[in-house]
Ligand binder design. Structure first.
Ligand SMILES: NC(=O)c1ccc[n+]([C@@H]2O[C@H](COP(=O)([O-])OP(=O)(O)OC[C@H]3O[C@@H](n4cnc5c(N)ncnc54)[C@H](OP(=O)(O)O)[C@@H]3O)[C@@H](O)[C@H]2O)c1
Length: 340
């Protein structure tokens, strides 16, 4: 990377993803000249940390002039991105957006740096790059090397998704409901319609006409856009009482030859992947162990004997890092190095 420094804005800086974005930018020594924290008018003046020693005072997104800002990392919700991102883009700022709003726009690249980094070049069309859904990102980081080797025909995935995927208030709800059970207090439900403490909920995002949920639909269409439109995907997305770290049970069918041993070898060499796969109690990774880590962890790699060239995998990653902030910062790093 050259010695050029970039002016960066973080939209949603008080949120679960925004805070992780500030942390990740600092940890990875992104070449920041100036960084500005933006959120709603209600948070103006609040302080957020940037790295070990810097404290930023939050500014109002609605009043912020993006002229002179090179890159904006955004995670304040789809409606907010819809409203502000075109304004930022028109001012010459490249927006890397974490919300679902722009992901399926054919003129906006949807990028996982380990999978389709070349798509970043398309940012010029609208000055916006979309970050995929957290569950899609971790699945595709693990499946890309396998697809390159033997072409994936079909994916059946069930997710076990942490509450932090639904933001800060969802984390608070898991905490207060868990406490309520122990102190025999009344249980309040605000973020989730059903109880999340000591329970699992097979609905993430709204229902679609065909009975699937929007989260499940996202995994289908995003996989096609990022990896290969020919791959068939069917998904079941489930919220579980875990604070950080999404897990996925993934069944994959390949066109070409694939074995557990071959997959293990390919994944050991893959960028962004850590293979932890031994047949004993410590030989796999759980969400509690992946929190705070950058890798996508793959465990329980085994053949599915009910089909030819079928595999089962257990894929775990920190949804706030690789599923959101880290993926966005990696995109920003490529932009800064190759395009700006
Ligand atoms: N959590 C994940 O794992 C994950 C992964 C990928 C993508 N995403 C997406 O990222 C977005 C944010 O997620 P999150 O988990 O960080 O949510 P969150 O913890 O609820 O944070 C929301 C952020 O948006 C800001 N915001 C809300 N209304 C605003 C407004 N009118 N103007 C400016 N800022 C506003 C909030 O600021 P105030 O404090 O001022 O309200 C806060 O900083 C969502 O679209 C989500 O789908 C999340």
């Amino acid at each position: 990377m050259s010695s050029k420094k970039f002016t960066v804005a973080v939209v949603g800086a008080t949120g679960a993803v925004g805070q992780e974005m500030l942390k990740t930018l600092a940890e990875r020594n992104f070449p920041v000249g100036k960084v500005t924290a933006l959120a709603s008018s209600g948070s103006v003046g609040r302080e957020v940390s940037f790295g070990e020693d810097e404290v930023l005072k939050v500014q109002d997104l609605d009043k912020y002039d993006f002229k002179g800002t090179d890159i904006c990392l955004s995670s304040a919700g789809a409606k907010i991105s819809e409203a502000f991102a075109p304004r930022a883009a028109a001012a010459g700022c490249v927006v890397i957006d974490n919300t679902s709003h722009f992901r399926m726009d054919p003129d906006i690249p949807l990028v996982v740096p380990e999978v389709n980094p070349a798509a970043i070049a398309q940012y010029k069309k609208k000055m916006i790059i979309a970050n995929p859904n957290c569950s899609t990102i971790q699945m595709l980081v693990a499946l890309k090397p396998l697809h390159d080797a033997a072409k994936i025909k079909r994916i059946v995935v069930s997710t076990y998704q942490a509450v932090s995927g639904a933001g800060r208030e969802a984390m608070d709800e898991l905490f207060t409901q868990t406490r309520a059970v122990y102190v025999n207090d009344q249980m309040t439900k605000e973020v989730f319609h059903k109880q999340i403490a000591f329970n699992v909920i097979p609905q993430i995002d709204v229902f679609m006409d065909d009975g699937s949920t929007k989260e499940e639909w996202k995994m289908v269409v995003e996989t096609k856009k990022i990896l290969d439109p020919k791959i068939k995907v069917t998904a079941t997305a489930v919220r579980v009482p875990v604070f950080i770290g999404h897990a996925e049970s993934v069944n994959v069918e390949f066109e070409g030859d694939m074995s557990a041993a071959k997959a293990r070898e390919l994944l050991k060499k893959a960028k962004g992947v850590s293979v932890v796969d031994h047949k004993h109690e410590d030989g796999f990774v759980t969400p509690a162990e992946c929190a705070g880590e950058d890798s996508v962890f793959v465990s329980r790699i085994r053949e599915d004997s009910t089909v030819d060239n079928g595999l089962n995998l257990w894929i775990v990653s920190d949804n706030l890092r690789k599923g959101a902030a880290l993926n966005a910062v990696q995109i920003a790093e490529i932009l800064a190095k190759d395009y700006l």
